[in-house]
Write a protein that binds this ligand. Structure first.
Ligand SMILES: Nc1nc2c(ncn2[C@@H]2O[C@@H]3COP(=O)(O)O[C@H]4[C@@H](O)[C@H](n5cnc6c(=O)[nH]c(N)nc65)O[C@@H]4COP(=O)(O)O[C@H]3[C@H]2O)c(=O)[nH]1
Length: 955
């Protein structure tokens, strides 16, 4: 021990003073002057001394009076007094040694064997050991503290036994175990029998760690990250297990992954935008978004999603976008349907929900958009809605939408003081095309008509298709009603332009009815009815034209409605009668047959023409009972007629196309014939050629069946239909009736004359008889006779007569019929000259000069009469004045040339109009042009030459 060492305080606890002195001497002998020995002679004093903490070491005698030094050692240790204590005894005893050390003594010395140096060394060792022990204890306490109070759960595992030897407080708290539970606790207890690591579920496990499934004492499942560290304690291998509870993380990861899988597999497009970055870029889009929009995620992430909006704007989209902007600004949910565009530019209907996503502080950090492509649904919906309001074929508004538009148009016109016009357009001849060429062609025509009409009108106007071939145009914004005409004319012209369908060129025309309105209109639909009436009138006026609506038209329509009702009464109340008009043999004027014509004796309005009520009866279907009634009556009357002696006379009855098309008509005719007893050969049915226009096959079959029955068929009104020549081939007819419209001017109109002659010639070639109806004058009859017409019908012979009058007429005729003088055998002078001049003195002078040469001279001052004379006589040479009030001589002779090409024609003119003369000559209309005043001899020579020319066949 050196001089510099601190003073060594030793407490000797000894009940014997001698031993104290001995011990002091021993210490002095060892030369330690720095040692200070203090004596305590009892257990209590000794403990007090130790408690004072002033001593580096305590020497404790085994015997302390009544107490034992061992008790003191125990008590000191129990009190936590750490001063090293050395037990002093009188004798060596191994058991006592052990007990003392067990109790916490540092050493054991036997009093009699001690020397100073040995004592000092022992004291030194004791002090050093105590210090080391204290240091160790301190260090262990520190580590224990670190272990125990560490917030990270940990436990110590004896690797050999798997026993958990320590568990810190955090672990105890987590697992619900207490230090007392440790004995017997193993890692398997914590694992609750499960083995193997857990799926990491996206959680990143620290290096050297693993995830295990554990259970708390109460059975709560835990996902623990376990990181073992190999250590040795007292040379025994141990593992320090560092435990981290990752249950929540795994659960939330699991939830997140589930959510993500859900988001990725949903058919709804999902996009998430970052609300905190400028311009809110997209930070996530799911695969459905990519599928719907056609954009890949990498193309859109980082962009604002307005790229879906396209460049066009429309009202629906604009209001949806406005709603979105507003809800984003107000940070609230919004659901809209808007039109977006895919990457390829195609539009789709997006049923879009946008909702804000808030963080824990309630701040909006993201917006999530859920989109649903509802294009299919939308298009099905809109198709449905569209089909409800539009005509499927043409895409035009249908009647119901038209009515809406019309109402709006009326309001518009009323509000802005404009005129409104409604055009009712009906296609002429469409049915014919549709029936003959098929619906497919018909449909294409309608589509084309719709297209043309749409092109004609302005954006505020409406074009609609009402039904079949009826179209409507509404013009709501006209300055004056007449402006409608501009459109009407365009419509008529456009529709009349040829249609090219496949390799056919087709033609259509339109009849247009116009109704207009200004000011307030109570019932806009009335306009439609008015325009319809006007259109009907346009049709009557010959089609391809237009007609304005007027109140007269309305009156007429009302009249038609009344008439329709009255017609029923007429059928029921026997107001109908059948009249008969004879048809005479053209050569003999002998009646060959009669035509049955219905008459309506109206109690107030007198006789009503069939032309006024037959079409009505056809419209209403009343034609069937009416037709049957006429047929029955005609057959019965013919039997009666035969009974009166007119046995050869046949009867012809008009049959409406509607009757013909009805199934059972042939049977009806057959049963009527049977009931009346009239042989079929005496019945002729008159069929208008237009009967063949629709349902041609049905009609032709009915006619053939009628022919089979023995009934004769006559084609009525021939020439007025559409394509007479092609139909005539189909018709199993016996007879053709030339319509009276051709006969009316047949003697003076070159076209009518040509048609009449053509029809006669054609009919004869086909082996058919020809009747001309509407023969009103002898000139008509003569002309027709001259051109070999077989039968004549008309006022020139007889008007339609009631049965009794007919019988009278027929009876009178037995003694010679009127007009029968010009039979085939009547002598005709060889040379007949016709003179035409509006001055009678010229006629007289000429007659005087030319009579000398023996000609039969016919003269007249009127062109009309000249035509009649030409029709009634065989004229070879004609001399006509040039200047006449009705027409010029060259015009007259041009007509004559067309009708009577064999004649030789001379103009005798007081003046020379070079142009008309050269024209007439060039056309070959005149043979000579002579001037007034004439030289008698010269004119006689010219006329002579003209007759010679005719005789030579060069007229
Ligand atoms: N201007 C003029 N007219 C003449 C002359 N001779 C005869 N007529 C008229 O010409 C029409 C001839 O009949 P339609 O062409 O078959 O034309 C008939 C026929 O199509 C139809 N009709 C008449 N009776 C019946 C019937 O019982 N059934 C059917 N379905 N239609 C009938 O009504 C049309 C008109 O009959 P109606 O008024 O009786 O008129 C008759 C007749 O009175 C003449 O020299 N000059």
């Amino acid at each position: 021990m050196s001089e510099t060492e601190p003073n060594l305080q030793i407490l000797l606890i000894e009940d014997d003073e001698d031993d104290f002195l001995i011990t002091r001497d021993l210490l002095q002998d060892a030369g330690r002057k720095d040692v200070q020995l203090t004596w305590a002679d009892s257990l209590d004093d000794g403990l007090d001394g130790l408690r004072s903490g002033s001593y580096a070491v305590g020497l404790v005698d085994l015997r302390l009076g009544p107490d034992s030094g061992l008790d003191l050692i125990r008590q000191a240790r129990d009190e936590g007094l750490t001063t090293p204590l050395i037990l002093l005894t009188g004798q060596g005893d191994e058991d006592l040694d052990n007990r003392a050390v067990e109790l916490g003594a540092s050493d054991y010395l036997v009093k009699g064997r001690l020397d100073g140096h040995g004592l000092i060394r022992s004291i030194r060792y004791a002090i050093d050991r105590a210090q080391a022990t204290e240091q160790l204890a301190t260090s262990e306490a520190h580590y224990r503290l670190l272990f125990d109070t560490n917030p990270a759960p940990m436990c110590l595992l004896d690797t050999a036994t798997d026993a958990i030897t320590s568990m810190n407080q955090a672990a105890q708290q987590l697992y619900g175990y207490h230090a007392d539970d440790l004995p017997g606790l193993t890692l398997d207890t914590l694992r609750a029998g499960t083995t193997g690591p857990l799926d990491s579920e996206g959680v990143i496990v620290r290096n050297g760690g693993r995830l295990e499934f554990h259970l708390t004492r109460a059975g709560r499942p835990l996902c623990m990250e376990v990181i073992p560290r190999e250590i040795a304690i007292n040379q025994r291998p141990h593992q320090l297990l560092m435990l981290t509870d990752r249950t929540e993380e795994i659960q939330s990861n699991r939830q997140m992954r589930l959510l993500q899988r859900g988001i990725e597999s949903t058919s709804n497009g999902i996009a998430i935008a970052d609300a905190l970055s400028p311009d809110m870029p997209l930070i996530y889009v799911n695969p459905a978004f990519e599928r719907i929009t056609g954009y890949r995620a990498e193309e859109v992430l980082g962009r604002n999603c307005r790229f879906l909006q396209g460049s066009t704007s429309d009202a629906v989209n604009d209001s949806a976008l406005q709603e979105i902007r507003q809800s984003i600004a107000e940070q609230r949910d919004v659901a809209v349907v808007l039109r977006n565009f895919r990457k390829d530019g195609s539009p789709f209907w997006n049923d879009l929900f946008i909702g804000p996503v808030r963080n824990d502080q309630g701040r909006v950090t993201h917006f999530i958009g859920v989109q649903n492509d509802i294009s299919d649904k939308k298009s099905a919906e809109s198709e449905l809605a569209y089909n409800v309001s539009h005509d499927v074929l043409t895409g035009l508004p249908n009647r119901s939408l038209l009515e809406d538009r019309l109402t709006q148009a009326c309001q518009f016109a009323d509000r802005y003081g404009r005129q409104l016009a409604l055009l009712f357009i009906d296609l002429d001849g469409f049915k014919l095309i549709n029936d003959s060429l098929g619906h497919r062609i018909g449909d294409r025509l309608l589509v084309e008509v719709a297209r043309r009409l749409r092109q004609l009108v302005r954006s505020g106007d409406t074009v609609a298709r009402l039904s079949g071939d009826e179209f409507i145009v509404v013009l709501p914004d006209l300055a004056k009603a007449d402006d409608a005409l501009l459109v009407v004319e365009l419509v008529i012209n456009e529709i009349a332009a040829p249609y090219r369908i496949d390799d056919r060129t087709l033609h259509l025309t339109a009849s247009v009815g116009i109704a207009t309105a200004g000011g307030h209109i109570d019932n806009p639909i009335e306009l439609l009815q008015q325009a319809d009436l006007a259109m009907y009138r346009a049709k009557q006026m010959g089609r391809n034209t237009y007609q304005w609506y007027s109140t007269e038209l309305n009156d007429e329509a009302n009249k038609r409605v009344i008439l329709r009702n009255e017609l029923q009464d007429a059928i029921d109340n026997d107001q109908l009668a059948v009249y008969y008009q004879p048809l005479v043999d053209a050569r003999t004027n002998v009646p060959k047959s009669v035509e049955a014509l219905i008459r309506w004796q109206h109690p107030e309005r007198g006789v009503i023409s069939p032309q006024d009520f037959i079409p009505l009866a056809e419209e209403t279907g009343q034609i069937s009972p009416l037709g049957r009634w006429v047929l029955e009556r005609a057959c019965q009357d013919t039997i009666r007629m035969h009974a009166r002696g007119f046995r050869d006379c046949t009867v012809s009855v008009n049959v409406s196309p509607i009757q013909l098309r009805k199934s059972g008509f042939v049977d009806e005719v057959s049963s009527v014939l049977q009931a009346s007893g009239l042989a079929a050969e005496f019945l002729e049915l008159e069929v208008v050629e237009s009967a063949l226009l629709y349902d041609t096959a049905v009609v032709v079959k009915a006619l053939n069946d009628l022919r089979e029955l023995g009934v004769r068929i006559s084609i009525d009104d021939f020439g007025t239909g559409f394509s007479s020549l092609s139909y005539i081939k189909l018709l199993p007819a016996n007879k053709i009736k030339i319509d009276r419209t051709f006969i009316k001017d047949v003697i003076k109109d070159r076209s009518d004359a040509a048609i009449t002659q053509g029809v006669i010639s054609m009919a004869h070639h086909l082996g058919l008889e020809v009747v001309a109806e509407g023969v009103e004058t002898e000139a008509h009859a003569a002309f027709l006779r001259k051109h070999q017409c077989d039968l004549l019908q008309g006022f020139a012979f007889a008007r339609p007569l009631p049965f009794d009058e007919l019988i009278r007429y027929l009876s009178e005729g037995r003694n010679g019929y009127p007009g029968a003088t010009t039979g085939e055998d009547a002598p005709q002078p060889a040379q007949t000259l016709l003179l035409l001049d509006d001055e009678t003195n010229i006629l007289r002078a000429l007659t005087r000069v030319l009579r000398r040469d023996g000609y039969r001279i016919l003269s007249t001052t009127s062109v009309r009469e000249a035509f009649e004379l030409l029709a009634e006589n065989d004229v070879q040479v004609i001399i006509s004045d040039q200047r006449m009030p009705e027409m010029s001589g060259t015009e007259f002779l041009s007509e004559v040339k067309a009708i009577y090409p064999d004649t030789v024609r001379i103009v005798l003119s007081g003046y020379t109009d070079l142009k008309s003369v050269t024209e007439a000559i060039n056309e070959g209309a005149i043979y000579k042009f002579l001037t007034k005043p004439w030289d008698d001899q010269q004119i006689r020579n010219h006329v002579l030459q003209a007759f010679q020319l005719h005789a030579a066949g060069k007229g």
